[in-house]
Each structure stands twice: as structure tokens, then as C-alpha cells.
Write a protein that binds this ligand. Structure first.
Ligand SMILES: [Zn+2]
Ligand SMILES: [Zn+2]
Length: 380
């Protein structure tokens, strides 16, 4: 009986190997291959708008990035992005001895692949001037070649104005990235003039791992759109540890009427965005509030606890129906002091039965450089 089993085992394993090596002397180690799938970032609709995940600041070998454009397409698909722009530097092409300088080429190479992947590809470029004023991204551009490359103040302005004549959406990049340079992190005349000339439409409040808090105040005070982007040069997986539940590339959440290039543009022009990085959200108060309200739900009390002294405490479940992350700290009312809402999870909170509402600061959000979103949760 034992021999019979061994012979059977031998036959089965020989058969399996024969199937896998196909009789051609080649063995495929499929079990070692990383499974390829798209991660769906779940965020509910906000006031009827679809929340699109967009990264409008990325680089390839066509400027100082380390990857071929199609890698950006693969990454965007796997990470669940809706829209992507390649924004290679116009004035900085350190690989030019190996890769022909061609400012439209990254976009052209990606058009078909992104279409297959159902990623909205927006044409863009990074206008790369000395600091100050520094760098500007122009997206929804026309021809990216022929931008003025001189270094004078007039040429800085002319370069941005050229993007404006192409009806681009223009945002000021990483304004706080060189704080040691005088005037580099200030609302300078140059930028003020662009803004008044309708040639500046947004500011990158979050660039990669840095939140530029002063820029959030400028966006609010000057009526500019809040942007967040990765500015990724290497592989996304090289820079971001995506095995952690709240880690993803920095991006802009765009609340759009429809998932089309035009729908995104309308939302950018209207300022319906929130920048998202790691655990943090930064944006105009009305947008961050609308997003929070769409994602977080407090249920009516499910249990009343009666203590020995007769005091009653109500218990509630608070749910996060999204892949965003929220941390709350109580400001007013007696109840649970701190709540951490991990992606797609719930927590219990409690409060004396007499308490009718609790007010929390959502400390993982910024609605000004010195202010978190404050939410009042009515208790039922
Ligand atoms: Zn830059
Ligand atoms: Zn860049």
C-alpha cells in the first residue's frame, strides 16, 4: 500500500513538472511573479462629484527622471490613479547625450498605453526657472517645444505667459523647497503679477513628502487651486513604502462632474481639489469639509450603559467609508477624546447621555497653515 502511494505521488509530481516545463526543457517559476492588479482607492462621491485621483507632476528620462514614460503609466494604473501628467523640465535635460531632447515625446509615447489602461493623460511640462520664482507646472498645454529658455526676469515671465496663451492650467511648484534663498518662499511681485494676469491658477501645497503650509494660505487668500503631486523622479515603489496602509504617492483629489479631461479641467478651474499625502489632507475648508462629510458617518447610539451611580453613557459607532485616514481630537463636549479612523474601518465612541454633540479637530487635515478642520458631530 505504501509503495503504491509513493508511485502515485511520483506520477502526479512528474505530470505537474511536465505540464509546467511544457516538455521543452524550460521551467517557468510563475509562483515568483508579482501579481499585477489595480488597487481601487475608495472615496465616496462628494456632493454628487466623483473624486478623481490625479498626479500632475511626474518626470521621466526626457528630463531628470530615471524611468521611461511607460513605467509612469503602469504605476498609475496599479496605484488606482484616474489621471496623470508627465511634466518633464523644459530647461533641464541632463540625459540629453543619451536621450534626444523632445519636449512633446513623453506625452506622445504614453497616449495609447494610458488609453488602454483607462488613465486620463493630460499633457504637461515643468517650466523650470531659477529660484525665485522657481518652477511652474503647465498642464493642458499645446506644443511644449519652443518655450523661451533664457534666464532673465522678462524671459521667466514670457515662458509662463506662453503657457497661458495655450490656455494651460498653471501652478507654482514647491514654493518652499529652497528656504535658504532670499525671497524664495514669499508671495513675490513676480507671482502676484502672474496671478493678476490670470497666468497662475494654483500652487503645489504638497510636493512629494513636503507640505508647504504658507502656500495653503496663499491659495485661500488669492483664490488659487490647491494642488498636491508626487514630483516623482524614480520608481514610485522606490520612494514610497506602499505596504503601509496609509502610504500612497502624493496626489490631488479632484471633485469632478465627470471622469473626462474636460471634467477635471472644470474642477481645477473651479478650485474643487484637496491635496492628499500620507495621512494628511490639505485644502480649502469647504472642500475638506465636504470630503470629510462624504467619508465619515456617525451612527445613532446602539447602546446605553447604566453605571452603578445611575449615570448613563451612550455608545456610538463612527465609520470611515473611504481609503482616506482621519485623526480626531475632541475640542468641545465630554466624550471620547481621540479617534483614529483607519481606511475603511470603524471606531466606538462614547459620551454621557446628556451630551448632544461633540466637536472635534480633524488633526490629519489642514484648512489653513495653523488650522485643522473642525467638525461638530450631533449625537442621536
Ligand atoms: Zn521643480
Ligand atoms: Zn518636478
Amino acid at each position: 500500500m505504501r509503495n503504491f502511494l509513493l508511485i502515485g505521488l511520483f506520477l502526479v509530481s512528474t505530470l505537474a513538472i511536465a505540464q509546467r516545463n511544457n516538455g521543452k526543457g524550460m521551467l517557468y517559476l510563475d509562483e515568483n511573479r508579482r501579481p499585477i492588479y489595480r488597487e481601487n482607492i475608495m472615496i465616496p462621491e462628494v456632493n454628487g462629484y466623483e473624486v478623481l485621483k490625479c498626479d500632475f507632476h511626474t518626470h521621466t528620462v526626457f528630463s531628470d527622471g530615471h524611468v521611461w514614460p511607460n513605467v509612469r503609466n503602469q504605476e498609475a494604473w496599479e496605484e488606482g490613479l484616474d489621471a496623470l501628467a508627465i511634466t518633464d523640465h523644459i530647461e533641464y535635460t541632463p540625459h540629453k547625450d543619451d536621450v534626444k531632447v523632445a519636449h512633446n515625446r513623453g506625452y506622445e509615447l504614453l497616449k495609447e498605453g494610458t488609453a488602454k489602461n483607462n488613465i486620463i493623460l493630460v499633457k504637461g511640462t515643468e517650466i523650470t526657472r531659477n529660484t525665485p520664482p522657481g518652477h511652474f507646472n503647465a498642464i493642458y498645454i499645446g506644443d511644449a517645444s519652443g518655450y523661451i529658455e533664457g534666464r532673465s526676469n522678462e524671459q521667466d515671465r514670457a515662458a509662463v505667459m506662453k503657457a497661458a496663451t495655450q490656455n494651460s492650467f498653471i501652478f507654482w511648484n514647491h514654493p518652499g523647497w529652497q528656504p535658504g534663498i532670499e525671497g524664495s518662499y514669499e508671495w513675490i511681485d513676480f507671482v502676484d503679477d502672474l496671478s493678476r494676469s490670470k497666468a497662475l491658477h494654483g500652487i503645489e501645497v504638497i510636493n512629494g513628502f513636503g507640505i508647504h503650509l504658507k502656500a495653503l494660505d496663499w491659495c485661500i487668500d488669492k483664490g488659487l487651486t490647491v494642488m498636491g503631486s508626487s514630483d516623482i523622479h524614480n520608481l514610485v515603489a522606490h520612494d514610497y513604502d506602499r505596504s503601509k496602509e496609509y502610504v500612497h504617492r502624493t496626489m490631488t483629489l479632484v471633485m469632478a462632474k465627470e471622469r473626462t479631461p474636460e471634467g477635471i479641467r472644470e474642477a481645477l478651474d473651479a478650485g474643487r481639489t484637496v491635496a492628499w499625502a500620507s495621512k494628511y489632507l490639505a485644502g480649502k475648508e469647504e472642500n475638506v469639509r465636504a470630503l470629510f462629510n462624504a467619508c465619515v458617518e456617525l451612527l445613532p447610539s446602539h447602546y446605553t450603559e447604566v453605571r452603578g451611580n445611575g449615570n448613563k453613557t451612550n455608545w456610538y459607532e463612527i465609520r470611515n467609508n473611504s481609503d482616506l485616514y482621519f485623526e480626531l481630537e475632541v475640542k468641545e463636549g465630554s466624550g471620547t477624546k481621540r479617534v483614529v479612523l483607519y481606511p475603511r474601518s470603524a471606531q466606538l465612541i462614547s459620551a454621557p447621555a446628556a451630551t448632544t454633540s461633540l466637536t472635534y479637530d480633524v488633526t490629519s487635515t489642514y484648512v489653513r497653515s495653523d488650522k485643522h478642520l473642525s467638525v461638530e458631530l450631533p449625537l442621536r
